[in-house]
Design a protein around this ligand. Structure first.
Ligand code: MN3
Length: 250
C-alpha cells in the first residue's frame, strides 16, 4: 500500500490530523534528483528529493521554476521547521523568562512545518504524463464523481478556489473523514489551515514563486497547466490511506 505502516500512520495522524501521515515518507516514483543538504542542521525534517526530473513537467512547468521552487523555497521551509524545533527546545529548557517566547516560536513552527508538508504534497501531486481524469474505477474517480458531480466540476472548483486565493496560498483536495467526503479547501494562511482531521490528498500551490518566472501574473494559465500534470496515482494512494482512518462517525 505504501512505505509507511498503518500503525505509524494512525499514530501520527492522531497527533496532527493526518499531515504527518502524508509527509516525506510517501515520496512516490523514481527519485532522480539527488538529496540536498537541507537537513545538515541535524533537525528532524529533510527536503525530499523531487519524485521526477526538473524538466519532466515541461512545458507546463519549466526547469527554472521547478529548481527555484524545490531547491530554494521548499528547502527554506525545511530549514525553518528544523530551526523552530531547535528553538522550541531552547525555549522549554531556557529557564526564567525564556518560556514567554513559546507563542512566537510555535507560530513559526506551524508556518514552516505546514509549508514543508504542503510542498511535499504539491510536488507529489504532479507527475510526468499526468493530468486528465482519474480512472473511473478508482476510488478517487468514484468519489470525485459522487462528491463534485463530475471531473470537470471538480477541476472548476479547484481552479476557482486557487484563482480566488488572496495573495499567497493553496487549493487543497482533502478527505474529510467525519462525513466521509471529498472537499476542496482554500488555505490562504497555511499555518491556520482549518478543518482539523481532514486528510490532504492533492495540493495546488498558488504562491507567486510557484509560477511567476514562467507565467508572471497569469495565475489562471498556471492553474490550467497544473491540471495537465496531476498525479492521480498519488491521489489514489493517499485516499486509500485516508479511507482507513478512524472517524468520529464510527
Ligand atoms: Mn511554493
Amino acid at each position: 500500500m505504501s512505505s509507511i505502516s498503518r500503525r505509524e500512520m494512525l499514530g501520527s495522524a492522531a497527533l496532527v490530523g493526518g499531515w504527518m501521515a502524508l509527509g516525506p515518507g510517501l515520496a512516490l516514483g523514481q527519485q532522480t534528483v539527488p538529496q540536498t543538504s537541507a537537513n545538515e542542521d541535524g533537525g528532524p525534517y529533510r527536503l525530499p528529493p523531487l519524485p521526477y526530473g526538473y524538466a519532466d513537467l515541461e512545458p507546463f512547468l519549466d526547469v527554472q521554476t521547478m529548481k527555484l521552487h524545490h531547491d530554494v523555497h521548499h528547502a527554506g521551509y525545511v530549514r525553518g521547521a528544523n530551526a523552530a524545533v531547535a528553538e522550541l527546545e531552547a525555549v522549554r529548557h531556557g529557564g526564567g523568562e525564556s518560556i514567554k517566547r513559546v507563542r512566537a516560536v510555535t507560530d513559526q513552527l506551524a508556518f514552516t512545518l505546514s509549508g514543508h508538508l504542503l510542498h511535499t504534497l504539491f510536488f507529489s501531486s504532479m507527475t510526468k504524463d499526468g493530468g486528465g481524469d482519474p480512472p473511473s474505477d478508482s476510488d478517487a474517480g468514484k468519489m470525485i464523481k459522487r462528491d463534485f458531480g463530475s471531473f470537470d466540476a471538480f477541476r472548476a472548483n479547484l481552479a476557482a478556489v486557487a484563482k480566488q486565493v488572496q495573495g499567497s496560498g493553496w487549493g487543497v483536495l482533502v478527505y474529510e473523514p467525519t462525513a466521509q467526503r471529498l472537499l476542496v479547501l482554500q488555505a490562504e494562511k497555511h499555518q491556520n489551515l482549518g478543518v482539523w482531521g481532514a486528510v490532504p490528498l492533492l495540493a495546488l500551490d498558488v504562491w507567486e514563486h510557484a509560477y511567476y518566472l514562467q507565467y508572471q501574473n497569469r495565475r489562471t494559465e498556471f492553474i490550467k497547466a497544473f491540471m495537465e500534470v496531476i498525479n492521480w496515482a498519488s491521489v489514489e494512494e493517499r485516499l486509500q490511506i485516508a479511507l482507513q482512518l478512524a472517524t468520529l462517525n464510527s
